[in-house]
Design a protein around this ligand. Structure first.
Ligand SMILES: Nc1ncnc2c1ncn2[C@@H]1O[C@H](COP(=O)(O)OP(=O)(O)OP(=O)(O)O)[C@@H](O)[C@H]1O
Ligand SMILES: Nc1nc2c(c(=O)[nH]1)N=C(CO)CN2
Length: 235
């Protein structure tokens, strides 16, 4: 693939041991599911503005309550599990970008509240696709191979958060502001009612995934000329 944001998946497969044939199979399966889905969108249906905020689930997501006022008037894309933190603050993300391995009840709640779910097919999430896609509302399908049908799109990128950034940039955003997208920081402190406080540490595979995600963000700046800036560092 000559597009570096799409071609990077070949290096990632070599690093993490994913098979292209399995990614292709999953994409074909998602095509089948989308053919039976009543609310499939096209890329041009997605909301986008000059500035888009992308919220990931990294440690700086803890800063979210401080900037919640700014999010109310922005187009907000949430990466997977980050939709939980947003919903808990009363914000329904405009778009949730997910490979469906996040907290199912919050992915479904976002969808029911009006978020568009951008569902990604890859070789390791076929079970989740089968279970969740039929239950979601407005949906757009993505994949990491040449799309096998015109209901699927390959914008490029890798993890949910960096794919959200790539998508915003390809749809026309000139600047992407990020929260919780601190790829270099691999521990997350949490504090939740009923769960107490603690620290998540990224396992070795997650570390590798996040390192690839960080590379994607730099590629977005270099190849697409879109500014990617951390909202929490800026403040
Ligand atoms: N330090 C970090 N820790 C966790 N997530 C991060 C971090 N930095 C950036 N992120 C972004 O937040 C996104 C959502 O995080 P979450 O833990 O819900 O992801 P995930 O479902 O494991 O993601 P993926 O399936 O993309 O690996 C990730 O896809 C990633 O892009
Ligand atoms: N085959 C495969 N592809 C992926 C995977 C994964 O676990 N397996 N995870 C991703 C984001 O975390 C994106 N792409």
């Amino acid at each position: 693939m000559s597009d570096p944001l799409k071609g990077i998946i070949e290096e990632i497969r070599a690093d993490l041991g994913y098979k292209e044939s399995e990614d292709l199979w999953a994409a074909s399966f998602l095509c089948e599911l989308l053919r039976d889905h009543p609310r499939v969108l096209r890329p041009e249906d997605l909301p986008v503005e000059e500035e888009v905020v992308v919220v990931g689930a990294g440690p700086s997501i803890a800063e979210l309550p401080k900037i919640v006022g700014e999010l109310e008037d922005s187009v907000v894309y949430a990466a997977d599990g980050a939709c939980r933190a947003l919903l808990e603050l009363g914000i329904v993300p405009d778009v949730v970008v997910t490979d469906l391995d996040g907290p199912k009840e919050y992915l479904l709640m976002s969808s029911e509240c009006g978020s568009i779910t951008v569902v990604h097919a890859h070789g390791d999430n076929v079970t989740e696709l089968a279970e969740l896609v039929p239950t979601l509302g407005r949906i757009l399908g993505t994949c990491q191979v040449e799309p096998p049908c015109d209901l699927l799109h390959n914008f490029g990128g890798f993890t949910d958060g960096d794919r959200a950034v790539v998508m915003a940039a390809r749809l026309g955003a000139e600047r992407v502001l990020t929260v919780g997208m601190d790829f270099g920081n691999l521990t997350t402190e949490y504090s939740r009612p009923g769960e107490g406080r603690g620290v998540f540490r990224a396992d070795p595979v997650k570390r590798k995934k996040l390192a690839w995600g960080e590379r994607v963000l730099r590629l977005v700046e270099r190849e697409l000329g879109v500014e990617v800036e951390s909202l929490t560092v800026r403040r």
